[in-house]
Design a protein around this ligand. Structure first.
Ligand SMILES: [Fe+2]
Length: 266
């Protein structure tokens, strides 16, 4: 079974990228399920129901969440519906709208998808989060008797130490744990010793020559001269696509291989 995890889809450039490339990649790699990080889809801040529908039309089956997911209140009803394939981080406080893990059906069996937020995410210091290790332990314990083909965990965080350590913490207990949020892919995709696929950061989909998808003209003056500028998303130029392809055995729920997928559109 092949599961493709697609990195942060950043604004319209990100939607253009996956709309153009995803159908071919799904065919070439015999992809059974596409999971994508959707927290930056709608102008970089969350994802609206309309844009969620556009991702589904482009071939995305399930959307994970990050520190921007709760920015769009219009998505809350879908986050709360167990049958809608979109989640927010699972380690927000208990009364936060939405669900942090859900199942999605595939011909090979159900797949459990969990999103977690790192505890050190720069701009999110005002939002309290529970310890992601405790939260994922609790979810895996509660779901231990539910038959499934795979368990995919997304860890949206800033610190490389957190992002690496949780890989080893979950090794042998889940199919894959994939980091995102940096928008820069790391070259460490591997299957860990006990059978869990891991990558510190999968990277992003959208404008390549930009500040992580944001126009350089709106970032550099702020840094160089201390000017107050508003982030504007870069829409044009070369587009980048970054994802991790995970191959697994549905009988064991463990990974047998993983491969970085990196493509460009000039
Ligand atoms: Fe993020």
């Amino acid at each position: 079974m092949n599961i493709l995890y697609v990195g942060d889809i950043m604004g319209e450039a990100g939607i253009d990228t996956i709309t153009t490339l995803l159908p071919g990649i799904k065919k070439d790699k015999a992809v059974d399920l596409v999971i994508a990080q959707a927290e930056n889809v709608s102008g970089g801040k969350g994802v609206t129901p309309d844009d969620f529908n556009r991702l589904q039309a482009a071939g995305v089956d399930f959307c994970t969440g990050g520190n921007w997911t709760m920015h769009q209140q219009s998505i809350f009803a879908l986050l709360s519906d167990p049958d809608e394939p979109i989640i927010r981080p699972a380690n927000y406080p208990a009364d936060t709208p939405g669900l942090g893990y859900k199942y999605i059906g595939t011909p090979q069996g159900d797949v459990l998808v969990i999103s977690l937020l790192g505890q050190i995410v720069g701009r999110d210091a005002d939002k309290p989060t529970d310890n992601p290790l405790h939260v994922v332990d609790k979810i895996l314990e509660e779901e231990k008797d539910v038959a499934r083909a795979a368990t995919i965990v997304n860890f949206h965080g800033d610190f490389s130490s957190e992002k690496r350590v949780i890989g080893y913490y979950l090794d042998g207990r889940v199919t894959a744990i994939i980091g995102d949020h940096w928008h820069v892919p790391t070259a460490d995709a591997m299957v860990l010793p006990k059978g869990t696929a891991h990558q510190t950061d999968v990277g992003m989909c959208g404008s390549l020559h930009s500040s992580l998808g944001v126009k350089l003209e709106s970032v550099i003056p702020r840094w160089r001269d201390g000017r107050q500028t508003v982030n504007q998303l870069e829409q044009g130029g070369t587009l980048q696509f970054n994802a991790l392809l995970i191959t697994l055995d549905p009988a064991t729920g463990l990974a047998t291989g993983c491969e970085r997928i990196q493509q460009y559109i000039d």
